[in-house]
Design a protein around this ligand. Structure first.
Ligand SMILES: C[S@@+](CC[C@H](N)C(=O)[O-])C[C@H]1O[C@@H](n2cnc3c(N)ncnc32)[C@H](O)[C@@H]1O
Length: 181
């Protein structure tokens, strides 16, 4: 998710940027789905998060959640979980349509490069083969996942492949947990 910047341009927040600029303390989440659990941890660290997904419905669900969350943030004392949600909703700056199969995944939207990218169960859902991938995954060995009652395919990934692919691209750390399936 890096975007080449050849000219000065105005980013979605309306500020002018130039080649080489980078958003500090920012995180891009690809394939967010209609859910937020994968962002509850990062929101303690990052100042802004961009969520994105291929499906319009998922983007809309996140937009709806953001809207409700912001409206309900009225200063009333919140339970711990609700506080986390409210905090996250302030840090998610935008929800964008994203198709990782496209060379410019965000279509006409141009984003500055961010510090971090999170793919939680997304790349293996989007890809049908191992060509041209940088994979960050926690679904080792999974060939499918279930959203009751429907079954979706998942590309089978092995730890050795992941380590080689990441080291070849210069990534020096990765957290891998074994699949429970
Ligand atoms: C298994 S869900 C993971 C959702 C969430 N990130 C999580 O950790 O539970 C896979 C997500 O990837 C998205 N996705 C599939 N193909 C995609 C593509 N080509 N570009 C972007 N997102 C895609 C799906 O719409 C779905 O929301």
């Amino acid at each position: 998710c890096t975007f080449s910047i050849s000219n000065n341009y105005c980013n979605p927040r309306g500020t002018w940027c130039k080649p080489g600029d980078c958003v500090k303390n920012a995180l891009m989440n690809v394939g967010s789905g209609p859910i937020i659990y994968q962002l509850l941890g990062p929101c303690k660290i990052f100042k802004e998060i961009t969520a994105s997904d291929y499906r319009d419905w998922n983007c809309q669900e996140l937009q709806n959640w953001l809207k409700n969350e912001l409206e309900s943030d009225s200063g009333v004392e919140l339970e711990n979980w609700a506080e986390k949600e409210a905090n996250l909703s302030r840090i998610i700056k935008q929800v964008l349509k994203c198709d990782l199969h496209k060379s410019n995944s965000l279509d006409t939207v141009i984003l500055l490069p961010t510090d971090s990218l999170v793919s939680s169960l997304c790349l293996e859902a989007a890809c049908k083969d191992l060509k041209r991938q940088l994979v960050l995954s926690r679904a080792l060995g999974c060939s499918f996942y279930m959203i009751d009652p429907k079954r979706f395919s998942s590309l089978v990934l092995r730890e050795e492949f992941l380590r080689e692919a990441l080291s070849a691209t210069g990534v020096n750390s990765v957290i891998v947990s074994k699949s429970l399936i």
